[in-house]
Write a protein that binds this ligand. Structure first.
Ligand SMILES: Cc1ncc(COP(=O)(O)O)c(C=O)c1O
Length: 357
């Protein structure tokens, strides 16, 4: 006898990239920052006292929210801190979408959206992206016609890495009648010359919230810290009603504060990733594996027809290099490869050369 709700029984869980114990493996499969947390985080960790754990943590992570607010020139009331971006995504559904109502995304995209929607019991609608990964035409009109309550747009896009300009999102937010969640998990890696910035949109509109995470840009995937920036009409109900009272712990708050406070270190890792991204993209293309221009910390490489992407993924795995293969329409002939350190990228290329020849 199963005690699961019918929708839970019917759904499949999220399949995350492999997390091997071995340190020998080159891990280019889950888009972590290839560089370690910075010296400020190391010092904050060393300075933690066990006595601080006796009390509950600040419930809304006020000190961290203040630091983030000052970083982004918004008010602390416009910031919510969550236990990873994944918690924020779940809370968005719990707060703004009734079971049976519809949520949507332009697909393919982050498959956790589907899993969370299935667990919540709401309908998930997919609007296929154009061949160049740009947003589908007339998206707002289609969302409104389908009575979509909330739409996730990941930007830079995952898994292609491409960037939708802020102006396109502005048009979408203006015409769409529901909540637009701009998932900016990878935005730290966008070239600064592009001057890409969706925060003016968040400040102007009452229906736009952006998600940021410390998992990628701040090398803290293991800490589980992320935040949302939005108007109070979207932030307050989550902050004061639907999130757990103490959703982020004291240690995570302290280390996140240290990481956010050391912008020069974080920015230096973003710059190194951008440099390696350009080099890796060129090197992969030279081997017949082109990828769309990425503004993220990964590349979506197309595998030539004479090869199977799945076989290449398996071959790389056997050689100790993990990349991501998605067995789903539109992605079966591709590999998503996180940008590693220059040494890791070289090892990937050597392993590819051995397999391709
Ligand atoms: C598109 C996208 N959004 C959100 C997240 C959530 O990240 P985290 O829960 O580590 O903050 C991820 C993680 O891989 C992601 O790829």
């Amino acid at each position: 006898m199963s005690y699961e709700r019918p929708n839970i029984q019917a759904m499949h869980g999220y399949s995350s990239g492999e997390q091997p114990d071995s340190t020998d493996v080159i891990k280019l499969n889950t888009n972590e920052n290839p560089y370690p947390p910075g010296p400020a985080v190391v010092a904050a960790l060393a300075g933690l006292r066990a006595e601080s754990l006796r009390r509950y943590p600040p419930p809304t992570a006020l000190a961290l929210r203040r630091a983030l607010a000052s970083l982004h020139a918004v008010d602390p009331d416009n910031v919510i801190v969550t236990n990873g971006g994944d918690e924020l995504l779940r809370l968005l559904l719990a707060t703004f979408v009734a079971p049976e109502e519809a949520v949507a995304t332009a697909s393919p995209s982050y498959s956790l959206y589907d899993v969370l929607a299935a667990a919540h019991g709401c309908r998930m609608l997919h609007y296929p992206l154009n061949a160049d990964w740009s947003l589908p035409r007339e998206l707002a009109a289609r969302l409104n016609a389908d009575k979509v309550k909330l739409c996730f747009v990941v930007n830079p896009h995952a898994p292609s890495g491409t960037l939708v300009p802020a102006a396109s999102l502005q048009a979408l937010a203006t015409d769409f009648h529901g909540v637009l969640v701009i998932d900016e998990a990878y935005v730290d890696f966008v070239d600064p010359e592009l001057q890409h910035d969706c925060l003016p949109l968040v400040r102007q509109r009452d229906n736009v919230l952006t998600l940021r995470t410390l998992s990628k840009g701040y090398s803290l995937a293991g800490l589980r810290m992320a935040y949302g920036i939005g108007p109070r009409g979207l932030i307050d109900p989550i902050q004061y009603k639907t999130k757990d009272s103490y959703n982020t712990d004291y240690i995570a708050q302290q280390l996140a504060l240290a990481a956010v406070g050391d912008q020069p270190y974080a920015r230096s890792t973003w710059q190194r990733v951008r440099q390696s991204r350009a080099e890796l993209r060129t090197a992969l293309a030279a081997r017949g594996l082109p990828s769309p221009p990425s503004q993220s910390n990964f590349l979506l490489a197309s595998v030539p027809a004479r090869w199977s992407a799945e076989a290449l993924y398996e071959g790389l795995k056997a050689a100790g290099v993990l990349v991501r293969y998605f067995k789903q329409p539109g992605l079966q002939d591709k590999l998503r490869i996180s940008v590693g350190t220059p040494e890791e990228n070289q090892r990937l290329l050597r392993s590819l050369d051995a397999l391709l020849h």
